[in-house]
Design a protein around this ligand. Sequence first.
Ligand code: COS
Length: 385
Amino acid sequence: MDYFLTEEQIMIRDMARQIAEDKIMPVRAELDEKEEFPREIMNFLAQSDMLGIYIPEEYGGLGKGSLDLCIAIEELSRACLGVSTSYAANALGTYPIMLFGSEEQKKRYLPDIASGKNLVAFGLTEANAGSDAGGIQTTAVLDGTEYVLNGTKQWITNGEEADIYTIIALTDKAKGARGASAFIVEKGTKGFSFGKKEKKMGIRASTTCELIFDNCRIPKENIIDREGKGFIIAMKTLDKARAGVGAQGVGVAQGAFEEALSFAKQRYQFGHSIISFQAVQHMLADMAIQIEAARSLVYSVARFIDSGAKDVSKESAIAKTFATDICMNVTTDAVQVMGGAGYMREYPVEKMMRDAKILQIYEGTNQIQRNVIAQALIRETVKKK
Ligand code: COS
């Protein structure tokens, strides 16, 4: 299918595909087994200008948009969702600075993020604030010229590996979500340390750990925008990033589909290759339908975001939900087509099915996405009346 990509988008796709095939596929099983952060691959992505795709040119990036980033994410995910998660979480952590930071903050942080010198992580989730993001307890209290941070962030992707952290904390506890603010915290700041490192079902080539703030003092200039803006910054960040999670779903599903298709052509049972059986053909056809539909949707939503639309939360949630739900279906069916072989670690679909599950959970569960969509539908109906 022709998605009418620009020459530059085709270049990004081809470069990401090359990196995926040459650098990621040969080591993905080992990274998964060893639960190892893909430092060398991230360095290679940085050298190939892939870390600054979405960052404006004036701050050292390529000045491209969400679609360009989605294309890169999709290709990396086709090879390994763990690597793609480390890559995409970098953008998630950068958006608060890029979308809401002051000129000074952008000049200070974005060039080193675009070049890959500094990696980034986004810290919103806490032990008792997952889906209920407004329920965070980490505090930031102004004391003279510094904010003092206290609290623990949980399940933070790129935790420990990142250099820059965008953190949501309460500056006014009494106001709940409306009292949240966003901050930039640099690794090495006194009072900022790392806690439990998680052992996960999938995406094992990405790190997930706790961030601990114990009287961590940061300059007051490190607040992003102003006090009370933190929840909106987090929501807008997620709105922008969720199309990328959809792209991850498309990429993983595509990778699993290709494995199942090639296996079905080579596997002989009852004297025939199993692809000659209609039961298998229909499963493969259904996979192809779902992937093409999800890709069309993700690209359309990414283009909608790039058009400068002000409110993209419903559309991003739709793309994220659809593409990640079909990813779970497709990876499960890929294992089924391959039967016993699919269940073995020797073949990559076993990992792909394990990896796929997180996509229905992170950056907002698909149940929360359905709430977001439903709330938008209700608002639209009220407006029309
Ligand atoms: N853009 C702009 N503003 C938004 C917004 C968005 N996408 N979503 C919410 N807001 C605003 C609301 O308009 C409301 O503003 P007012 O206080 O002025 O009325 C405020 O934020 C609070 O919104 P709401 O009442 O809807 O908040 P809830 O506490 O009910 O929670 C959900 C909303 C569930 C959508 C939110 O908590 C969420 O997204 N949860 C999932 C979090 C997530 O993705 N976690 C993954 C970890 S980060 S990788």
